[in-house]
Design a protein. Sequence first.
Length: 107
Amino acid sequence: MTPARLEFRHAAVADLLQIHTHLRDEASLQLADRFLMSVEYTTQQIRRYPNAGALFRTQKASLMGIRWWSVADFPRYLLYYIAQPDGIEIVRVLHGSRNTKRELRET
């Protein structure tokens, strides 16, 4: 069985770059690189089990169907994604302390 197609929105790529820079500057390059490897591992899990992520609770129609899954070994960082029939679309990668509803609305 072929894993589902995986696509990152521009906002998600920008999130990853910002998080990597932050972790590199505040901790170390090794930690920042480990974060990206953990994101890769987590996206592989999402591809295998797309409906296993928790459904994002919202009343806003444009955000319906978004799920979230915490990044392996970095549980405060969350991947927000949409499971589609032909694959997975990563919408955002956000720290759990962020105003998620606002951030997702702006996506």
